[in-house]
Design a protein around this ligand. Structure first.
Ligand code: CDT
Length: 311
Protein backbone atom coordinates (compact mmCIF):
# COMPACT_ATOMS: atom_id res chain seq x y z
CA UNK A 1 0.00 0.00 0.00
CA UNK A 2 1.61 3.31 -1.01
CA UNK A 3 1.65 5.84 1.80
CA UNK A 4 0.34 8.95 0.09
CA UNK A 5 -0.46 12.06 2.11
CA UNK A 6 -2.02 14.79 -0.01
CA UNK A 7 -0.94 18.07 1.52
CA UNK A 8 -2.16 21.64 1.03
CA UNK A 9 0.41 24.30 1.81
CA UNK A 10 -2.09 27.01 2.77
CA UNK A 11 -0.41 30.36 2.22
CA UNK A 12 -2.02 33.44 3.72
CA UNK A 13 -1.81 36.96 2.42
CA UNK A 14 -1.40 39.79 4.92
CA UNK A 15 -3.40 40.00 8.15
CA UNK A 16 -4.05 43.56 9.36
CA UNK A 17 -3.55 44.49 13.00
CA UNK A 18 -7.23 45.38 13.18
CA UNK A 19 -8.44 42.04 11.73
CA UNK A 20 -10.40 40.00 14.27
CA UNK A 21 -9.71 36.33 14.97
CA UNK A 22 -13.12 35.56 13.49
CA UNK A 23 -12.11 37.18 10.19
CA UNK A 24 -8.89 35.20 10.05
CA UNK A 25 -10.56 31.92 11.01
CA UNK A 26 -13.00 32.46 8.11
CA UNK A 27 -10.02 32.62 5.75
CA UNK A 28 -8.51 29.47 7.26
CA UNK A 29 -11.83 27.67 6.87
CA UNK A 30 -12.01 28.75 3.21
CA UNK A 31 -8.59 27.12 2.77
CA UNK A 32 -9.86 23.92 4.44
CA UNK A 33 -12.83 23.73 2.08
CA UNK A 34 -10.70 24.28 -1.01
CA UNK A 35 -8.19 21.70 0.24
CA UNK A 36 -11.02 19.19 0.69
CA UNK A 37 -12.20 19.84 -2.88
CA UNK A 38 -8.65 19.10 -4.02
CA UNK A 39 -8.56 15.76 -2.20
CA UNK A 40 -6.20 16.75 0.61
CA UNK A 41 -5.55 14.95 3.89
CA UNK A 42 -3.54 17.62 5.67
CA UNK A 43 -3.49 21.44 5.55
CA UNK A 44 -0.45 23.42 6.68
CA UNK A 45 -1.00 27.03 7.79
CA UNK A 46 1.74 29.65 8.45
CA UNK A 47 3.50 30.71 11.65
CA UNK A 48 1.37 33.01 13.90
CA UNK A 49 -1.49 32.38 11.51
CA UNK A 50 -4.22 33.96 13.63
CA UNK A 51 -2.86 37.51 13.80
CA UNK A 52 -0.63 40.00 12.12
CA UNK A 53 3.11 39.45 12.75
CA UNK A 54 3.06 41.56 15.95
CA UNK A 55 6.81 41.28 16.87
CA UNK A 56 7.35 44.07 14.34
CA UNK A 57 6.13 46.54 16.98
CA UNK A 58 7.74 47.57 20.27
CA UNK A 59 5.03 47.39 22.93
CA UNK A 60 5.27 47.79 26.69
CA UNK A 61 1.64 47.35 27.73
CA UNK A 62 1.44 43.65 28.68
CA UNK A 63 -2.32 43.57 28.09
CA UNK A 64 -1.76 44.82 24.55
CA UNK A 65 0.97 42.21 23.98
CA UNK A 66 -1.19 39.44 25.44
CA UNK A 67 -4.04 40.36 23.10
CA UNK A 68 -2.09 38.63 20.32
CA UNK A 69 -1.87 35.37 22.32
CA UNK A 70 -4.27 32.42 22.68
CA UNK A 71 -4.97 31.23 26.22
CA UNK A 72 -6.87 28.14 25.04
CA UNK A 73 -6.60 26.00 21.96
CA UNK A 74 -9.18 25.56 20.69
CA UNK A 75 -10.74 28.62 22.24
CA UNK A 76 -14.07 30.21 21.42
CA UNK A 77 -12.72 31.93 18.31
CA UNK A 78 -10.76 28.94 16.96
CA UNK A 79 -13.35 26.24 17.74
CA UNK A 80 -15.04 26.74 14.32
CA UNK A 81 -11.74 25.87 12.60
CA UNK A 82 -11.47 22.62 14.55
CA UNK A 83 -15.15 21.83 13.93
CA UNK A 84 -14.89 22.36 10.19
CA UNK A 85 -11.65 20.40 9.89
CA UNK A 86 -13.25 17.49 11.76
CA UNK A 87 -16.39 17.70 9.60
CA UNK A 88 -14.22 17.58 6.47
CA UNK A 89 -11.94 14.87 7.89
CA UNK A 90 -8.83 17.02 7.45
CA UNK A 91 -5.79 17.32 9.68
CA UNK A 92 -3.91 20.58 10.03
CA UNK A 93 -0.78 22.36 11.29
CA UNK A 94 -1.44 25.75 12.86
CA UNK A 95 1.04 28.33 14.11
CA UNK A 96 -0.11 30.70 16.86
CA UNK A 97 1.09 32.69 19.86
CA UNK A 98 0.45 30.63 23.01
CA UNK A 99 0.04 32.02 26.54
CA UNK A 100 0.31 29.41 29.29
CA UNK A 101 -0.23 29.95 33.00
CA UNK A 102 1.04 27.15 35.23
CA UNK A 103 1.41 27.40 39.01
CA UNK A 104 1.12 31.16 38.78
CA UNK A 105 3.91 31.43 36.17
CA UNK A 106 2.96 32.92 32.81
CA UNK A 107 4.87 31.85 29.70
CA UNK A 108 4.58 32.98 26.10
CA UNK A 109 5.53 30.70 23.23
CA UNK A 110 5.63 30.82 19.44
CA UNK A 111 3.83 27.52 18.93
CA UNK A 112 2.64 25.11 16.27
CA UNK A 113 0.18 22.26 16.75
CA UNK A 114 -0.62 19.19 14.70
CA UNK A 115 -4.30 18.29 14.67
CA UNK A 116 -5.59 14.93 13.42
CA UNK A 117 -8.65 14.31 11.23
CA UNK A 118 -10.83 14.07 14.34
CA UNK A 119 -9.95 17.55 15.53
CA UNK A 120 -7.65 16.25 18.28
CA UNK A 121 -4.34 18.00 18.98
CA UNK A 122 -1.77 15.22 18.65
CA UNK A 123 1.42 17.29 18.67
CA UNK A 124 2.70 20.58 20.00
CA UNK A 125 5.99 22.28 19.13
CA UNK A 126 7.38 25.52 20.60
CA UNK A 127 9.82 27.50 18.45
CA UNK A 128 13.47 26.85 19.27
CA UNK A 129 15.31 29.47 17.18
CA UNK A 130 13.84 32.85 18.12
CA UNK A 131 15.36 35.46 15.79
CA UNK A 132 15.66 39.19 16.09
CA UNK A 133 16.33 41.20 19.25
CA UNK A 134 15.04 41.92 22.76
CA UNK A 135 15.27 45.70 23.10
CA UNK A 136 13.69 48.48 21.09
CA UNK A 137 15.95 49.47 18.18
CA UNK A 138 14.44 52.72 16.90
CA UNK A 139 16.83 52.91 13.93
CA UNK A 140 14.95 50.00 12.32
CA UNK A 141 12.00 50.80 10.06
CA UNK A 142 10.26 47.90 11.86
CA UNK A 143 11.24 45.71 14.78
CA UNK A 144 11.73 41.94 15.05
CA UNK A 145 11.13 41.42 18.78
CA UNK A 146 10.64 37.67 19.01
CA UNK A 147 13.37 37.45 21.66
CA UNK A 148 11.34 39.93 23.76
CA UNK A 149 7.86 38.49 23.42
CA UNK A 150 8.51 34.73 23.42
CA UNK A 151 10.04 32.37 25.95
CA UNK A 152 12.58 29.73 25.00
CA UNK A 153 11.21 26.42 23.79
CA UNK A 154 10.71 23.59 26.21
CA UNK A 155 9.83 21.02 23.53
CA UNK A 156 12.92 20.54 21.40
CA UNK A 157 12.08 18.85 18.08
CA UNK A 158 9.84 15.83 18.69
CA UNK A 159 8.21 13.83 15.88
CA UNK A 160 4.86 12.06 15.82
CA UNK A 161 3.44 8.98 14.15
CA UNK A 162 0.55 10.47 12.21
CA UNK A 163 -1.08 10.39 8.76
CA UNK A 164 0.53 7.01 8.09
CA UNK A 165 4.07 8.27 8.61
CA UNK A 166 6.47 10.11 10.93
CA UNK A 167 5.89 13.88 10.99
CA UNK A 168 7.82 16.70 12.59
CA UNK A 169 7.26 20.43 12.97
CA UNK A 170 9.34 23.56 13.17
CA UNK A 171 8.69 27.27 12.75
CA UNK A 172 10.15 29.91 10.44
CA UNK A 173 13.72 30.76 11.50
CA UNK A 174 14.20 27.11 12.54
CA UNK A 175 14.27 26.24 8.84
CA UNK A 176 17.58 28.03 8.36
CA UNK A 177 19.42 25.74 10.80
CA UNK A 178 20.56 22.28 9.64
CA UNK A 179 20.33 21.01 13.23
CA UNK A 180 16.54 21.44 13.09
CA UNK A 181 16.11 18.93 10.30
CA UNK A 182 18.83 16.58 11.50
CA UNK A 183 17.37 16.19 14.99
CA UNK A 184 14.08 15.21 13.38
CA UNK A 185 15.85 13.16 10.71
CA UNK A 186 17.50 11.14 13.49
CA UNK A 187 13.99 10.25 14.68
CA UNK A 188 13.01 9.08 11.19
CA UNK A 189 10.99 12.15 10.14
CA UNK A 190 9.36 11.62 6.76
CA UNK A 191 7.60 14.96 6.54
CA UNK A 192 8.51 18.25 8.23
CA UNK A 193 5.84 20.94 8.42
CA UNK A 194 6.74 24.59 8.90
CA UNK A 195 5.14 27.98 8.66
CA UNK A 196 6.92 31.30 8.37
CA UNK A 197 6.67 35.12 8.42
CA UNK A 198 9.76 36.43 6.65
CA UNK A 199 10.15 40.12 5.89
CA UNK A 200 11.88 40.70 2.55
CA UNK A 201 14.08 43.22 4.32
CA UNK A 202 16.18 42.27 7.34
CA UNK A 203 17.33 45.70 8.57
CA UNK A 204 20.83 44.62 9.78
CA UNK A 205 21.54 42.86 6.45
CA UNK A 206 20.11 45.02 3.65
CA UNK A 207 22.29 43.35 1.02
CA UNK A 208 20.38 40.07 1.56
CA UNK A 209 17.05 41.51 0.43
CA UNK A 210 17.39 40.37 -3.18
CA UNK A 211 18.25 36.86 -1.99
CA UNK A 212 15.48 36.29 0.54
CA UNK A 213 13.42 33.97 -1.67
CA UNK A 214 16.54 32.14 -2.79
CA UNK A 215 17.63 31.55 0.82
CA UNK A 216 14.14 30.34 1.71
CA UNK A 217 14.18 27.67 -1.01
CA UNK A 218 17.84 26.82 -0.44
CA UNK A 219 17.49 25.91 3.23
CA UNK A 220 14.28 23.93 2.85
CA UNK A 221 15.51 21.96 -0.16
CA UNK A 222 18.76 21.16 1.64
CA UNK A 223 16.89 20.08 4.78
CA UNK A 224 14.65 17.79 2.73
CA UNK A 225 17.43 16.14 0.71
CA UNK A 226 19.97 15.74 3.53
CA UNK A 227 17.39 13.95 5.67
CA UNK A 228 15.38 12.14 3.00
CA UNK A 229 12.20 13.89 4.13
CA UNK A 230 9.35 15.86 2.64
CA UNK A 231 9.34 19.52 3.71
CA UNK A 232 6.23 21.69 3.55
CA UNK A 233 7.03 25.40 3.95
CA UNK A 234 4.16 27.89 4.18
CA UNK A 235 4.33 31.69 4.13
CA UNK A 236 2.31 34.54 5.43
CA UNK A 237 3.07 36.75 2.48
CA UNK A 238 2.51 40.14 0.92
CA UNK A 239 2.65 43.63 2.33
CA UNK A 240 1.48 43.38 5.95
CA UNK A 241 1.10 46.69 7.76
CA UNK A 242 3.50 48.23 5.23
CA UNK A 243 6.15 45.50 5.65
CA UNK A 244 6.70 43.32 2.55
CA UNK A 245 6.89 39.61 3.40
CA UNK A 246 8.18 36.88 1.09
CA UNK A 247 5.87 34.23 -0.33
CA UNK A 248 7.75 31.19 -1.66
CA UNK A 249 5.34 28.63 -0.18
CA UNK A 250 6.34 25.21 -1.44
CA UNK A 251 6.27 21.45 -1.00
CA UNK A 252 9.66 19.78 -1.39
CA UNK A 253 10.26 16.10 -2.05
CA UNK A 254 13.00 14.04 -0.33
CA UNK A 255 15.00 14.51 -3.55
CA UNK A 256 15.23 18.21 -2.70
CA UNK A 257 13.04 19.09 -5.67
CA UNK A 258 10.13 21.48 -5.20
CA UNK A 259 7.01 19.74 -6.51
CA UNK A 260 4.35 22.39 -5.81
CA UNK A 261 4.51 26.11 -5.12
CA UNK A 262 2.28 29.16 -4.86
CA UNK A 263 2.42 31.83 -7.55
CA UNK A 264 1.18 34.95 -5.79
CA UNK A 265 1.36 36.67 -2.41
CA UNK A 266 -2.24 36.22 -1.28
CA UNK A 267 -4.36 33.41 0.17
CA UNK A 268 -3.46 30.45 -2.05
CA UNK A 269 -2.95 26.69 -1.84
CA UNK A 270 -0.07 24.66 -3.22
CA UNK A 271 -1.06 21.00 -3.27
CA UNK A 272 0.92 17.79 -3.76
CA UNK A 273 0.31 14.09 -3.27
CA UNK A 274 3.33 13.18 -1.16
CA UNK A 275 4.49 9.56 -1.22
CA UNK A 276 6.15 8.94 2.14
CA UNK A 277 7.86 5.87 0.70
CA UNK A 278 9.82 8.22 -1.58
CA UNK A 279 11.94 8.91 1.53
CA UNK A 280 13.34 5.38 1.55
CA UNK A 281 15.70 5.67 -1.40
CA UNK A 282 17.48 8.57 0.34
CA UNK A 283 17.29 7.26 3.89
CA UNK A 284 18.69 3.88 2.83
CA UNK A 285 21.54 5.04 0.54
CA UNK A 286 23.36 8.38 0.62
CA UNK A 287 21.71 9.40 3.90
CA UNK A 288 21.67 6.04 5.61
CA UNK A 289 22.63 7.61 8.93
CA UNK A 290 23.44 4.33 10.68
CA UNK A 291 25.90 3.41 7.95
CA UNK A 292 27.54 6.75 7.22
CA UNK A 293 27.24 9.32 10.02
CA UNK A 294 30.35 9.98 12.12
CA UNK A 295 29.00 11.49 15.34
CA UNK A 296 32.35 11.04 17.08
CA UNK A 297 33.49 13.99 14.93
CA UNK A 298 30.45 16.18 15.55
CA UNK A 299 30.95 17.02 19.22
CA UNK A 300 31.41 20.76 18.63
CA UNK A 301 27.87 20.98 17.30
CA UNK A 302 26.46 20.59 20.80
CA UNK A 303 29.47 21.67 22.87
CA UNK A 304 30.02 25.06 21.27
CA UNK A 305 27.47 27.80 20.57
CA UNK A 306 29.41 30.50 18.70
CA UNK A 307 32.25 30.18 16.22
CA UNK A 308 35.74 30.30 17.78
CA UNK A 309 38.39 30.65 15.10
CA UNK A 310 41.89 29.37 15.91
CA UNK A 311 44.38 31.95 17.30
N1 CDT B 1 9.48 34.77 11.92
C1 CDT B 1 10.79 34.53 11.69
O1 CDT B 1 11.39 33.69 12.33
N2 CDT B 1 11.36 35.28 10.74
C2 CDT B 1 12.77 35.22 10.48
C3 CDT B 1 13.23 36.56 10.08
C4 CDT B 1 14.63 36.73 10.46
S1 CDT B 1 15.15 38.36 10.29
C5 CDT B 1 15.29 38.88 11.89
C6 CDT B 1 13.17 34.23 9.40
O2 CDT B 1 14.18 33.55 9.60
O3 CDT B 1 12.54 34.15 8.36
Amino acid sequence: MPRIVTVAAAQLGPIARSDSRAMVVERLIAHLREAKRMGCDLVVFPELALTTFFPRWFMTDQAEIDSFFERRMPGPETQPLFDEARRLGLGFYLGYAELVEENGVVSHFNTAILVDRNGQIIGKYRKVHLPGHREHEPWRRFQHLEKRYFDLSDTGFPVWRAFGGILGMCICNDRRWPETYRVMGLQGAEMILLGYNTPVHNPPAPDHDALSLHHNTLVMQAGAYQNGSWVVGVAKAGSEEGVPMIAGTQIIAPSGMTVAATRGEGDELAVAACDLDACTTYKSTTFNFAAHRMPQHYGLITERKGAEPPP
